[in-house]
Design a protein. Structure first.
Length: 283
């Protein structure tokens, strides 16, 4: 399954494949909760899943959004109706950076049939497709999904691995340029970046309309940073969420593949700071 799906293709899939599960993961750094948007309007049949409480372990030394416990993730996905042999599409408010976390998590869990809605909920509405405020019932018992989480199917970096990759390969920082340079830091206790990391803001993956750039355009963007299929590459951000979109973008660009994906520093900058690691600033 291609990692991106258009609103029209999703609408067709919902008609043709009853086992298609849509996950609404709208979320904002600093709030308000995305569930408020979901309760007003969402894709019909979509299940809201909370990034903070359902797709992440509790914050701590591991970062602000550590990887969830596999059993907990399996429970969340089954209650949403995710089944073996089906497919999952995730969407957020627009640029796909949060939905990419779901794409990455399901791939990490060994579930390959997952995609991000290109352009998010905004693109769905712009296409004139139906919306609703009616919430589906979370499934339990025999009615629930039967997905089995097989954790560890995507490469994950810890702080030592991230530090090494920044020197021996390419480590991409998905945060805004000002945070990368250390000019501002609104969330974490230290400002700056992992020494040797290069800045590739996640906002650069999409155009002015909120849709993802094409493969050739993304490949050209990464080539300017010195990223090619010949060098090991990984990504991080503030807490491991938007960096997932870098992993996705590299695959869309054809630089990596489903068989050989980029690595994710899951704890990201929040973990790096908690460990009191060396910090670099400037461009």
């Amino acid at each position: 399954m291609h990692p991106l799906i258009t609103p029209e293709a999703l609408a067709d899939a919902l008609r043709a494949r009853p086992a298609t599960v849509v996950l609404d993961v709208r979320w904002r750094l600093g709030g308000p909760p995305g569930r408020q948007d979901y309760e007003v309007s969402h894709v019909p049949g979509a299940v809201y899943v909370d990034l903070d409480t359902e797709l992440s372990a509790p914050p701590g030394v591991g970062g602000r959004h550590p990887l969830p416990d596999p059993e907990r993730l399996q429970e969340v996905l089954r209650r949403a109706g995710v089944r073996e042999g089906g497919q999952v599409v995730a969407y957020d408010a627009g640029d796909g950076s949060v939905a990419a976390r779901v794409w990455w998590l399901l791939r990490w869990a060994g579930y390959g049939e997952v995609a991000v809605l290109d352009g998010g909920f905004a693109a769905w509405e712009a296409a004139g497709l139906p919306v609703t405020a009616e919430e589906p019932v979370r499934l339990t018992g025999d009615a629930a999904g039967d997905v089995v989480v097989r954790a560890g199917q995507m490469p994950v970096l810890d702080a030592d691995g991230a530090a090494a990759l920044a020197q021996e390969g390419v480590l991409l920082d998905a945060r805004a340029a000002a945070r990368y340079r250390g000019e501002t830091e609104p969330v974490d206790p230290k400002a700056g970046h992992v020494p040797g990391a290069l800045n590739a803001p996640s906002t650069g993956h999409v155009g002015a309309d909120g849709r993802w750039l094409g493969g050739p355009e993304l490949a050209a963007r990464f080539a300017e940073l010195g990223v090619s299929g010949d060098v090991a590459v990984g990504a991080y951000c503030g807490s491991g969420v938007t960096a997932s979109s870098v992993v996705l973008a590299l695959e869309v660009a054809g630089i990596t593949s489903a068989e050989k994906p980029a690595a994710l520093y899951a704890g990201s900058w929040s973990n790096w700071c908690a460990l009191d690691r060396e910090v670099a600033t400037g461009g």
